[in-house]
Design a protein around this ligand. Structure first.
Ligand SMILES: Cc1cc2nc3c(=O)[nH]c(=O)nc-3n(C[C@H](O)[C@H](O)[C@H](O)COP(=O)(O)O)c2cc1C
Length: 389
């Protein structure tokens, strides 16, 4: 089964990622990974940091002549901004009066600052914010885009995009295929499917920025051609919908996760929510509708996986809220670090990436993932077996 860990601070020298359990024989498209990283840096409503960084991934282990070896994949992404922080964020030089400037002592509401300081005993909250910053999600995107490439080799497609920004809900693109959705959302800088709503959302973001305020939104991920039977009903912690919810909630600023109709299903009759079962010799088993978002009993049922995530507004406000200085205990305005007005656009790539990772985790937990060709053959045989069931 694949697994991964990331390391690195926002203004430290680099981000590092180790991905284990990837099959041997996968040809990595490094340009496509970098395109995912560029998409995470884009989007209307971002702060200045993105103009400094030009994220590219470097692979330093687990790859030979562009093909995975089955050994741990070692990845790095440089933080260009480190050049401006090389003394303050130096990993090894001892602390001095000069290199401990820009201390953070006024925790920002909605951030990890205060509780992280309390828990780890830091008196400079920079030690917390440097790691709790969403800069780390760049590495999750690199790993997720590699998993997306593996999924494509297994004929599974997925895309994450924006469905709501602040109060504006974008016209539902639920009927579009992953391919059509990808074309539609890459035609604008909001990753929304309806081009007609771009101008109104730009206005909303610009007005919000002028007011020193921030916005959240809703992300939708759809994954198609996922085989039935990933995850298991046999124990609570083997349910794949639960694992996906945890991974999505593990993305910075996510406050809600829905599968299929989610919270709306709670207010409907059972007859309006359960998806009736169908079978055809050429296509096998399906459901007539997909209110349950591709899951029954914690297992994929072969229908498209539909996951939505609610992102809270960005916590750093240029018109800061009340805080208390941890040194003086005086009531003061919270610190301001360079920040986005909304990060719903990059967050949609991050959420897409973590869903891709969890799907590959489930696939490699279910089938032997040592070698890509064998995994493809095993999965093809499994799909045929299910069709005839
Ligand atoms: C892609 C992305 C970019 C983000 N950018 C910012 C930002 O510029 N400023 C900020 O205060 N929070 C930003 N956030 C949100 C914070 O990282 C997050 O709210 C904070 O770490 C606290 O974690 P929690 O919201 O999960 O409790 C961003 C989140 C994501 C996913």
């Amino acid at each position: 089964m694949i697994n991964y860990v990331t390391a690195g601070e926002s203004h430290g020298p680099q981000l590092t990622g180790i991905l284990t359990g990837l099959p041997a024989g996968l040809t990595l498209d490094i340009d496509a990974i970098n395109a995912g990283l560029a998409a995470r840096q884009g989007g209307f409503g971002r702060g200045n940091r993105q103009q400094i960084e030009h994220d590219v991934v470097t692979v330093t282990g687990g790859l030979r002549h562009g093909v995975t070896l089955g050994s741990p994949l070692a990845l790095t992404i440089q933080n260009r901004d480190h050049a401006h922080w090389s003394a303050i964020m130096n990993p090894t030089s001892p602390a001095t009066a000069e290199n401990t400037l820009r201390q953070v002592t006024r925790p920002r509401p909605g951030h990890a600052d205060l509780v992280g300081g309390m828990k780890y005993g830091h008196r400079d909250l920079r030690n917390v914010l440097e790691r709790s910053s969403a800069r780390e999600t760049a590495m999750r995107v690199a790993i997720g885009q590699i998993c997306k490439q593996l999924l494509a080799q297994l004929k599974i497609q997925l895309v994450g995009y924006v469905q709501q920004i602040g109060t504006i809900t974008v016209d539902d693109a639920a009927s579009l295929s992953v391919e059509a959705l990808t074309t539609a959302i890459t035609a604008n800088d909001l990753r929304i499917a309806d081009q007609q709503q771009v101008a109104a959302i730009h206005d909303l973001i610009t007005t919000t920025k002028k007011a020193g305020d921030t916005l959240g939104g809703v992300i939708r991920v759809v994954a198609t051609n996922v085989p039935a039977g990933l995850g298991s009903y046999t124990n609570w912690d083997t349910k794949l919908d639960g694992q996906l919810a945890a991974a999505v909630m593990g993305v910075n600023a996510m406050k809600g996760v829905e599968i299929g109709d989610g919270f709306a299903a709670a207010g409907r009759y059972g007859s309006q929510v359960m998806d009736e079962i169908d079978w055809h010799a050429d296509t096998g088993w399906s459901r007539l509708t997909n209110h349950l978002g591709g899951f029954e009993g914690g297992m994929t049922n072969g229908m498209p996986i539909i996951i939505k995530a609610a992102m809270k507004p960005i916590p750093t406000l240029y018109k800061p809220l009340q805080s208390v200085d941890i040194q003086t205990k005086a009531v003061q305005k919270a610190s301001v670090e360079r920040s986005d007005t909304t990060a719903i656009v990059p967050a949609s790539i991050v959420v897409e990436s973590v869903v891709a990772i969890e799907l590959v985790k489930a696939l490699t937990a279910t089938f032997d993932g040592s070698n890509l060709a064998r995994l493809q053959a095993t999965l093809a045989a499994y799909r045929s077996e299910l069709q005839a069931y």
